[in-house]
Design a protein. Sequence first.
Lengths: 456, 328
Amino acid sequence: MTTPVTMPQLGESVTEGTIARWLKAEGDEIEKDEPLAEVDTDKVNAELPSPVAGKIEKLLVSEGDTVDVGTEILLVAVAGEEDESPTAEVPPRESADGEAPAEESPVAETTTELVSGDGAEQRTVAEANEDSGGDGRGEVRDAETLRLTRSSPVVRRLAEKHDVDIQEIPGTGTGGRVTKKDIEGYIEEREAEREAAPAVAATTTAPEREEETAAPEQERVPIYEGDRVVELTSIRRAIAERMSRSKHEAPHAWSMVEVDVTGLVALRERRKEEFAEREGIKLTYLPFIAKAVVESLKEHPVLNSVWDVDRIVIRKQVNLGVAVDLEDALIVPVIPDADELNILGLARKIDDLVTRARNRQLGPDDVSGGTFTVNNPGALGSMVSVPIINHLQAAILSAEAVVKRPAVVDDAIAVRSMMNLEVSFDHRVLDGGAALRFLNAVKRRLESYTLESDLA
Amino acid sequence: MATKNLLQAIHDGLVEEMRADDTVMIMGEDVGKAGGVFRVTEGLADEFGPFRAMDTPLAESLIVGSAIGLSVNGMRPVAEIQFADFIPPAFDQIVSEAARFYYRSNGAWNVPLTIRAPYGAVPGGALYHSQSVEAWFCNTPGLKVVAPTFPGDAKGMLKSAIRDPNPVLFLEHKRTYRLIKEDVPEDDYVVPLGEARVHREGMDLTVVSYGLMLYQVLEVAGRLSEEHGIEVEVVEPRMLYPLDKETILASAKKTGKFLVLSEANLTGSVSGEIAAIVAREAFEWLDGPVMRVGAPDVPAAPFAKPMLDFFVPSSEKIEAAMLELARY
């Protein structure tokens, strides 16, 4: 029996995935859960485990291709399964196992050649004989592929009537098919848009109006000799989309405070070797910042919230996102229920997420559900930055580099370890006052560390 | 109005027609003295006597054959086949004689005959008490095949069938005899033959069904509306042959998704005919494959309960098919 494997949904709101690399080839025997391919989505890069054991009959998607969730990406011949239909008919030959049973009846023996052999070959032959399966260019595809690329009669009729390119419409049907509802919604939306701009339409002449209704194509930059054109990876595209969306939708406001972290620096210096030896991980400033942030979010929950169309949803859970630089990209793994962890717990969790992010081993769950994000450009030496809010969250915090600076302490000038701390926030959700009360709460916590503080 | 089940409604229809018209009579195995194996004809022998509520030998060919003779001689007989499974001996009389009489005599004779037959799977019914035989008769021009599901329709359509100048095969799903109850008018009314009924309106898909399956389809449709927001339009043909193509096609064109569901085995079924009509005449409106659900092609409804449960499309199978089509 041939079982199709589909592109899985690798996280909430993930709608497509790119086959970065096939790890198996056609004809390979595979075990259940054995990795089949590396899949890039806009959130994670993941290995795709096989849902079944069997032999790979056909890879339906090429490396580098992006397909919708639910699209069939390969066919696996599952061994040893009988046709389940309880009819009295002889089971179809295609479903027979490759190895003919030892006690074949004489009648069956005459067809042994058909029964044995590679299932994929038989399929090809069967398809080649199927005249109606062609696409008009001499290429023969199976019914499944046709189902996904062809439109139903009603969709084609509506597309012709309303002059719509079906491929422009995002499909919600099985495997991304464009359904009648999809095209009706699309046409309705287009009509509404046209109606919304009657003033423009009224003053233009007919030919111009036609141009306007054509899909607007953005003007490309000129390309000069030696320029290199880089196609977007799905993660790059996702970052581009999220960042633009956040900047477009959320009115950003920004504030900064200076934090005197001399005590924290001393504490870290004193404990870092012993900590590294005992725990096997480096003691950085990040867990301290994370803990101060999480505790301050509990005090000022409005920063741990989401703008929801026309209302604000304040999250109970504190799931802290930590921005991790990957040289060619940025990813934000999430520490779920970060308020339940102490410094050691946070340090371990951050180390684990950063390591896995760098090795591209994060799973869908690792990058979803964040309620607030901490950005740590200070690790790269930044002094001031204006972060863009991680879309739909209410705010993001940036922690800058710790540097020694002359500072005024008790009316005297002293050399202190200083750090800038900033927050960008969605001004629809909160105002500067709330943002600064939060920032000052973080500051107060970070400044309270001394040589004697414990790492709990 | 009074709440009646399907049995009572059919009983009432018979009694009312017999009281109103002296030529109306019933005949069949145990329909007189015993009042019918399902008690449909209870009391009729007492009220109308042994000649208008006539017990017959166990010979279906004779029941239908003599009913044809009576009908061309001024009577309006209602012949009962005790179980539709027993109808094959009468097949020749129904198909070769009753259905063709008017045609053969160039309109000189007509056969105002009604043949009632309980059909459909019931637990324990097995080979001789559970079959769905409608397809055998649905390619016989000259015959009308009706299969109402709800008591009100059944009473009104039985009256229409008795008054109809043509032979009508009147199928009653026996599993729904006591299952389905509704308010049935007590005055004289008829439901015309040949009009399909839209039980609920919806935009997402059309399901055509009849008999016990219709009852389950309506349940599942309610659930899909509540749980998934999927609005199913449910159409009951009521007359299986000839079909009310207009109502069926209008619904198929409206929703673009079309499923036929019946308890009969699929190959050569009424479902196949309905699907073919829609595939041809609503093609440009379709937004998914025309789908059918039915019983597997096995020789008969099985006796063993687990096998029967597999044989008759379950609510789960119905729901799965409807969801698949809605999401297609």
